[in-house]
Design a protein around this ligand. Structure first.
Ligand SMILES: Nc1nc2c(ncn2[C@@H]2O[C@H](COP(=O)(O)OP(=O)(O)OP(=O)(O)O)[C@@H](O)[C@H]2O)c(=O)[nH]1
Ligand SMILES: [Mg+2]
Length: 454
């Protein structure tokens, strides 16, 4: 559903990447294009305004990462702001200390409340909870029957009520009593919808809220209605106080504006999205993943984050220079290996990169922890002189090093061979690896010495 927005933003970034430095002029142009793209995706104008201001401030500010290329910097800033706009972390359901947890499902007519109640029941079952359903929609004749059918399909208990329980409040109280008696830990209350927000509906919901003390009041909105969904969510929040939103029909061709605005406008998190009519078509909403998906950069950004977390950029930069020159010593080799170990498996790293081309085969190259420890021990057992000049390491020295590191002469020989290979490989790395090499050097990643040995 974010396809259009995604295309547009990616075009902006592509252009930016072509620029050398971030200047006020090219930033301004990029921001203007981002703004238009967001507005065209039906994002609330206030949200767009705030978003652009934030991105601008960060992009022009001190906290821009100098180690990354300008295009990457802006992508990262936009990604972070987009994630923030969507609510940062996935917002999971909260549970009451004293079960049953009551979840009130509210919203306008036809938004998907009944379907979502069933979906939540399925979700909770899967999470190991014991949900019970109840429909308090006494207005539409088939409404309660609709939920009963879904409950049977899901093998989930539903409270059908007694003949005396004709009011929503009575039904809800009866359901809670039964949930307690039968040991159900979550009670899902599907309520009636109205075409518009009216006093009677709000009155009824207020009474239910008062009587049931729900832990969650989830507002169900139809993503296809765009900003109307945002407006009614906001209205419900002001009048009733909601704790989260379920946005349904995200499988349709809505532009995505509702999903992108609801959090900022209502202050309440988008908790789930409905992506189909069936009971399994419910997804927990992950702001970070959605933001990455919109930018089409998902894994590269996780990669940048990972590199930033684990690597000291200035060291990596110095290393890069050394790699390209001749004075790449055994000491550097050891430091590189330690850095790579910090980054985790090399296979995982390469997985995060798109179009890795000539380096595809390296995907299977996994770091062997034992091997890394052995290499580090061997190099640690050398004298500083040996580390700087491997040519002096003769047979006697090899035996001493092997003994000192608790390895064999064979191990020491292997290491020296790997080191020699790494030197050779690193020198021509950029050329050989083509695009990836260029990308890596732009990102100031450390090199990958000794790959053949892993
Ligand atoms: N494609 C798609 N259809 C959905 C989704 N959620 C609900 N629907 C459909 O939307 C229609 C209305 O869903 P209901 O769950 O009955 O909506 P409601 O809010 O309970 O409606 P009222 O009780 O009449 O207010 C049904 O045809 C559902 O199948 C979704 O995520 N994707
Ligand atoms: Mg319904």
């Amino acid at each position: 559903m974010f396809d259009n927005l995604s295309d547009k933003l990616q075009r902006v970034f592509k252009n930016l990447r072509g620029e050398g430095k971030l200047s006020a002029a090219n930033m301004e142009e990029a921001l203007r294009e981002i703004r238009v793209a967001l507005l065209e995706a039906d994002v609330h104008f206030k949200v767009v305004k705030q978003f652009i201001e934030q991105v601008k401030e960060k992009a022009m500010g001190e906290d821009v990462l100098t180690a990354l290329s300008p295009g990457q910097q802006v992508v990262k800033i936009v990604r972070d702001e987009l994630t923030k706009m969507l609510g940062n972390h996935a917002s999971r359901l909260r549970f009451a200390n004293d079960p049953p947890t009551v979840i009130l499902i509210v919203g306008l007519q036809g938004s998907g409340k009944t379907t979502s109640s069933a979906k939540l029941a399925r979700y909770l079952n899967k999470e190991g909870n014991k949900p019970q359903l109840v429909s308090v929609d006494i207005y539409r004749p088939a409404a309660r029957h609709q939920l009963s059918i879904l409950a049977k399909q899901l093998n989930t208990p539903i409270y059908e009520g007694t003949p005396e329980e004709t009011k929503p409040l009575d039904l809800a109280r009866g359901a809670r009593r039964e949930a307690m008696q039968t040991g159900r830990d979550v009670l899902l209350v599907d309520t009636a919808g109205r075409q518009h927000i009216d006093e009677q509906l709000m009155q009824e919901l207020h009474e239910l809220k008062e009587a049931l003390n729900p832990t969650e009041i989830l507002f169900v909105a139809d993503a296809m209605t765009g900003q109307d969904a945002v407006k009614s969510a906001d209205e419900f929040h002001k009048q009733l106080g909601i704790t989260g939103v379920i946005l349904t029909k995200m499988d349709g061709d809505a532009r995505g504006g509702a999903a992108l605005s609801i959090r900022s406008i209502t202050g309440q998190p988008l908790k789930f999205v409905g992506v189909g009519e069936k009971s399994d078509a419910l997804e927990l909403f992950h702001p970070d993943r959605v933001a990455s998906r919109i930018l089409g950069m998902g894994d590269v950004l996780s990669l940048i984050d990972k590199v930033q977390e684990s690597i000291d950029m200035s060291t990596a930069e110095k290393m890069q220079e050394k790699l390209m020159s001749d004075d790449f010593s055994l000491e550097d080799f050891r430091d590189q290996i330690k850095q790579i170990r910090k980054l985790g498996s090399l296979g995982g790293l390469l997985d995060m990169m798109p179009q890795i081309g000539p380096l595809k085969d390296l995907k299977n190259a996994k770091i062997d922890e034992g091997e890394v420890t052995r290499i580090v021990a061997i190099i640690d057992s050398m004298t500083p002189k040996e580390r700087r000049n491997h040519m002096i390491i003769n047979g006697a020295r090899r035996r001493r090093i092997a003994k000192g590191s608790g390895t064999s002469v064979q191990d020491v020989n292997n290491l020296l061979k790997q080191y020699a290979q790494a030197r050779k490989m690193m020198k021509s790395f950029t050329g050989q690896a083509g695009m990836l090499g260029k990308r890596l050097s732009k990102m100031k990643l450390p090199g990958f010495p000794g790959l053949p040995g892993f």
